[in-house]
Design a binder for this molecule. Structure first.
Ligand code: RB5
Length: 173
């Protein structure tokens, strides 16, 4: 059985470890625009089912809204320590990631499957992942979230790169 810690860019089906780097009962902020509203709700339910506390920062209907408002809300919750991690959803997963990444300290990654989600944690220590409801099958999105939660930051050569990212947004010490 393969586990997420195995190295490689395409190491096959991901099976999240029983305990990842983020223990269940941690808090995860979720947010979406109207394009990601349905998937955001499903993922929030799944996260609660896995034992996480979920803060739903909206949107709360499929009425048309602007993704920057919700990406920023999730980013601020994570950067401010209200939540350890964030999950964002819009139509493509792109715009809401751009918004979240404007918040200093946020490392938001648009992911499209379990492999990209795992790498976002192992290499980039992404504290927010972003998914596109209009581009991903629901189960693929769920697998991506579970792979991200089950993975751990590898440290090592990646530490200095994260420090450079922090310098860019002024969040470094
Ligand atoms: C909304 O129609 C759509 O543009 C938005 O959800 C997202 O895909 C933007 O990046």
């Amino acid at each position: 059985m393969r586990h997420c810690s195995e190295s490689g860019w395409n190491s096959g089906p991901m099976v999240p470890r029983p305990t990842g780097s983020l223990a269940p009962m941690s808090t995860i902020a979720v947010g979406s625009d109207h394009g990601g509203f349905a998937l955001k709700g499903r993922l929030a339910d799944e996260l609660r089912g896995l034992g996480y506390e979920v803060i739903d920062l909206g949107t709360h209907s499929d009425d048309r809204v602007d993704y920057p408002d919700f990406g920023a809300a999730v980013g601020r919750a994570v950067a401010g320590g209200e939540a350890e991690l964030g999950v964002c959803v819009c139509g493509s997963g792109i715009g809401i990631a751009m918004a979240a990444n404007k918040v200093p300290g946020v490392r938001a990654a648009t992911v499209h499957d379990a492999t990209s989600a795992r790498l976002a944690r192992e290499h980039n220590d992404a504290n927010v992942i972003c998914l596109g409801e209009r581009l991903l099958e629901s189960e693929v999105a769920s697998e991506a979230v579970r792979a991200w939660l089950g993975a751990e930051f590898e440290g090592g050569r990646h530490v200095g790169r994260l420090a450079k990212l922090a310098e860019l947004d002024g969040s470094g010490s």
